[in-house]
Design a protein around this ligand. Structure first.
Ligand code: ZN
Length: 475
């Protein structure tokens, strides 16, 4: 063996048995710091729970890992999108060191997009018919208003995007077909009330279709009205859209018979008393009894009438006519036809309960010519409707042609007397308006009766067959 070969062998042995093991030992046992699996930048989902690093640090050597984490500076609020910087502090053998981490709170959740119906019908103008769309997002909330759509061949692609750019899409089958019938609207009321001889002018109707637009001139009207004959006449309005969807609506014209007017012989005075009964009504009945005169009471159910039911009974039993004024005597009864009749039927029931008699005689609060109802009826001309509707329902109403002035013009008994007798003449029918809730007016009755009797007038109770006295309807 040569000298060189020996040397090479010696070096090789030194290398294999000393240098390599020493190197491996140094590698394994050399002190070091190492943070395991530390992620310097990371993302966390909006609203998720944040899991912080715990600082798992190995030191000393490969075989020994210990926690030398000291503290964390900074927090991550996962309910607010954005970047958060965290600092982790560590300590080892009196030396401190820190690691920084950036955490980004992100919204990667797509909105929930819901489209009702699997087949969507649309008009040729591309408007959709049977679709309800809803979109909610975990971060943005309701996104229903942001849903957009596009036609793609025989499908409609709906999509919505949240503020972080997350997008949901839903595809539905699209069918070109009008599935909605047109909408007809009557001009004027669905019920028209007329009396025989009046003329009927049809106000017509309008029609609109979801796909075709205005179809008013396509409306076909059928049915006719004969106002010379009593009856209910139906008019039908029909319209078809381009897809043959048909709508129709009807109007009923009620033609009522005219009042039959009966004029008694001679000059007649009808004394009428509104708003009672009251504490003065018994006294009034005594006066009427003394002269054997029958009058007419248009009764109410106002508070001041409480306790005077027996007076209504007495008036009825003594042959006076009991008419219906109003239950509440509140002008809001003129807000609608229904509200008027609810009030009217209430007072009719009260009279029936007290007397057993169903009165069909009416005096409108304020008279049929009142305009106070304009403040309540919303411009619907309620008196024009009611003055016909009460007759259609079999009632008779009466106004007056002599004003006693006791409604506010005077509080003087003598003035009431002269107002009434000063208005009397040679006509056959005088209907006097007084109020038996006013003592000064009740006190005037004896003098009015004495004047009337001594001047050839007959006093009668007003009934359903008495001559009609109507004001001109002004609303
Ligand atoms: Zn009244």
């Amino acid at each position: 063996m040569s000298k060189y070969k020996k040397l090479i062998l010696i070096f090789l042995c030194i290398f294999l048995f000393i240098v390599v093991p020493a190197g491996i030992s140094l590698f394994l046992f050399w002190p070091r710091f190492q943070v395991q699996e530390f992620i310097a930048t990371t993302q966390v989902e909006y609203n998720a729970s944040m899991e912080y690093q715990v600082g798992n640090v190995c030191y000393g050597n490969f075989f020994e890992c210990k926690d030398v984490f000291v503290e964390r500076k900074g927090d991550v609020n996962t309910t607010a999108l954005g970047c958060y910087q965290l600092t982790y502090l560590y300590s080892y053998q009196g030396k401190e060191f820190e690691l920084k981490q950036v955490v980004e709170v992100v919204d990667t959740t797509v909105p929930e997009l819901q489209i009702t119906n699997d087949e969507i019908y649309y008009c040729s103008n591309k408007s959709l018919q049977n679709v309800e769309m809803m979109a909610t997002d975990n971060y943005d909330g309701d996104l229903s208003q942001k849903i957009e759509y596009n036609f793609e061949n025989d499908h409609i692609e709906f999509w919505v995007e949240d503020s972080s750019g997350n997008r949901s899409t839903v595809s539905k089958k699209a069918i070109l077909k009008d599935i909605e019938a047109p909408n007809i609207t009557l001009n004027g009321d669905a019920d028209i009330y007329l009396t025989v001889g009046e003329t009927f002018a049809d106000a017509g109707a309008t029609a609109r279709d979801n796909c075709d637009g205005d179809l008013t001139d396509q409306i076909e009207i059928s049915g006719s009205v004969d106002t010379s004959k009593k009856g209910d006449y139906t008019i039908t309005y029909s319209v078809k859209d381009h897809s043959e969807n048909v709508s129709s609506l009807t109007r009923v014209v009620h033609v009522a018979e005219k009042n039959i007017e009966v004029t008694p012989n001679g000059k007649t005075i009808y004394l009428t008393f509104d708003d009672g009964p009251s504490k003065y009504t018994s006294e009034l009945l005594d006066v009427l009894k003394k002269y054997n005169v029958k009058a007419t009471f248009f009764v109410t159910n106002q508070n001041l009438t409480k306790g005077y039911d027996s007076v209504i009974k007495r008036a009825y039993d003594e042959g006076h006519s009991i008419g219906l004024h109003t239950s509440s005597h509140n002008y809001n009864i003129y807000s609608s036809v229904d509200s008027y009749f609810n009030d009217l039927y209430a007072i009719q029931n009260k009279v029936k309960n007290i007397t057993g008699y169903t009165s069909m005689l009416i005096r409108f609060p304020g008279g049929s010519s009142n305009t106070v109802s304009k403040a309540y009826d919303g411009g619907t001309k309620i008196m024009s409707k009611l003055s016909k509707e009460v007759e259609r329902r079999g009632f008779k109403y009466v106004d007056w042609n002599i004003v006693s002035g006791d409604a506010g013009e005077t509080t003087d008994t003598n003035q009431v007397v002269s107002n009434v007798i000063g208005s009397l003449g040679n006509n056959s029918t005088y209907v006097v308006l007084q109020h038996d809730i006013k003592e000064f007016s009740v006190d005037a009755v004896a003098a009015i009766i004495e004047y009337g009797l001594s001047h050839g007038y007959t006093f009668r109770p007003y009934t359903l067959t008495s001559p009609t006295v109507h004001h001109q309807v002004l609303n």
